[in-house]
Design a protein. Structure first.
Length: 339
């Protein structure tokens, strides 16, 4: 996409690229799916580990079971924790009320910092206020770019989902698409809504929005299949996560549709699908970088008083397109679980 309208992002990309390269030289810890259980990570550090006093940082996300996107976020967080002598406590729940309780648990444990996603920011407003009252620094990542400052977070690391959606819509125009269905896997998730709204804003064709239950992949498959059978004019399926794009491939086949598929976000299987032409393109927001920078920022704040973006601007980690022209450059990192 054209980033000329976002001068801030041009200044920040070289910085985050260096950080990512440094992170990849470190030995990360094993990553498993999140769920409600809190787990410690970042204990097996390699050479170059910080000699600063041990910190405890809580990373609290809205990960749904089986969503591999969050494994990549977590790997980045674990790499930063290993480097910075941080005990990383990871917990997740897609239910906003439960996620709020997990943040409260972190406050009760008197952690040194909290990194949190804001998929449903209103539900987290009160508990973030409690963290601030307890003098625990809080940073945001991934979801909540439009709300992080209002909630009083120090910093934010992620992509502008509206901008990403608008870039996606323009890409569809370039490819000659006429009718797309934008598949939202979690109703009420502000970031997902912003993506589809962005697509509708710039896409010159017709855009339908289809809600599916992202925690039930057989249901996702059947719902998309039914939509494609109902309307044969749909020529592109836009999904908002790699697992859903791969499921949509099956839906297109089952429906006997000629629709093509494009998506937001990457994983190893998706880069393979792009190479084969099964998926046309993906928008990458670099989740590894989000996890890494969020945790590292809390170490920098505690040990040097730093604020990325000066506490006024977010650090943008995307969007960037991945298609057949550049997928081979990224596939090797995706195979490692870091893209």
């Amino acid at each position: 996409m054209d980033r000329s309208s976002h001068p801030r992002s041009r200044r920040l990309f070289p910085v985050v690229a260096v950080a990512a390269a440094a992170a990849l030289t470190l030995a990360g810890c094993s990553s498993s799916s999140g769920g409600k259980k809190s787990e410690e990570g970042g204990t097996n550090a390699s050479a170059g580990k910080a000699t600063t006093p041990r910190m405890t940082v809580a990373l609290v996300t809205h990960q749904s079971p089986g969503d591999t996107f969050w494994d990549i976020v977590r790997k980045g967080a674990e790499a930063a924790a290993a480097k910075d002598n941080i005990k990383l406590v990871y917990s997740a729940d897609p239910n906003a009320g439960n996620q709020s309780n997990l943040v409260q648990n972190a406050i009760d444990q008197k952690v040194d910092g909290i990194a949190v996603t804001l998929a449903k920011p209103d539900a987290l407003k009160t508990v973030i206020g409690k963290a601030k009252s307890a003098n625990i620094p809080v940073v945001g990542l991934n979801s909540g770019l439009s709300d992080w400052k209002k909630l009083g977070l120090m910093e934010f690391f992620g992509q502008d989902e509206t901008v990403a959606g608008e870039a996606f819509g323009k890409k569809l125009n370039d490819l000659g698409a006429k009718h797309t269905v934008c598949v939202i896997q979690e109703q009420g998730n502000i970031g997902l809504t912003q993506r589809c709204d962005g697509v509708k804003k710039t896409f010159s064709g017709k855009t339908d929005v289809l809600y599916v239950n992202g925690t039930d992949m057989p249901s996702v498959k059947s719902t998309i299949t039914a939509k494609l059978k109902q309307d044969s004019s749909i020529d592109y399926v836009a999904t908002l996560g790699a697992p859903f794009a791969l499921t949509a491939v099956q839906s297109v086949s089952d429906a006997g549709s000629k629709a093509k598929i494009a998506t937001f976000d990457l994983n190893k299987d998706l880069t393979t699908a792009i190479s084969k032409g099964t998926i046309q393109f993906a928008v990458d927001q670099q989740p590894y970088l989000q996890g890494y920078l969020a945790v590292d920022s809390l170490w920098l704040y505690k040990n040097n008083g730093n604020y990325s973006g000066g506490g006024e601007q977010p650090v943008l980690t995307g969007p960037a397109f991945v298609d057949k022209t550049n997928v081979e450059q990224i596939a090797k990192y995706a195979a490692n679980g870091t893209r």
